[in-house]
Design a protein around this ligand. Sequence first.
Ligand code: SAM
Length: 220
Amino acid sequence: MKEERIELVRRISEMGYIKTEKVRKAMEKVPREEFLPASNRPYAYVDQPLPIGEGQTISAPHMVAMICEILSLEEGMKVLEIGTGFGYNAAVVAEIIGPTGHLYSIERINSLAETAKDNLKRTGYAENVTVILGDGTKGYPEKMPFDRIYGTASAPKLPEPLEEQLKIDGILLIPVGEHRYMQELIVITRKSEDKYEKKSIGGVAFVPMIGEHGWPEKKL
Ligand code: SAM
């Protein structure tokens, strides 16, 4: 599958989603097939989200590349992910931030969190990724402040606790919007203790972020 992976990375680079050597190398290295249920492994290098069970999906490779590029990840960073799924995006981030960095990744569905832990262990990323079962809309105050925070599910509005868990110069990326099938990808940079710069990158479609500062479970 390595050849298919290299070919997919070449195509998404050509499309402009991959801009830096570190993201290209990480995407070429992390085996996406290891983060899929067996029935979907043959499609690992199709550039699409795929079902992972519990009504959830693994993100499309171009989206993972785009998230990593926007976050400008550096070695040694402390990062928070909301929405582990099966752990693929987590592994790509872990590859970029390296052994001196650490990713805390929160997942609200137990069976997904457990599978992600197994997948990350098998592929060698368990040391610098901690998977936490919980509601990521509250962030993870135990380990704040973070260099980077990103959500792989969409909230109706920006979950309040997240901004204040960023370091100064930290970046928060999250899909936000009230529409079920189309949201805006918002990027927030913390400029000082109380100043945040916000911009929209464009339209995206993510599964809902369900929790205290996200969508209520019963309305879906
Ligand atoms: N990061 C994943 C990947 O690498 O493919 C994508 C996961 S999927 C698109 C989004 C995930 O967010 C789902 O697994 C869902 O259960 C999870 N999720 C939704 N609301 C959440 C919340 N409040 N806290 C943590 N996880 C949440």
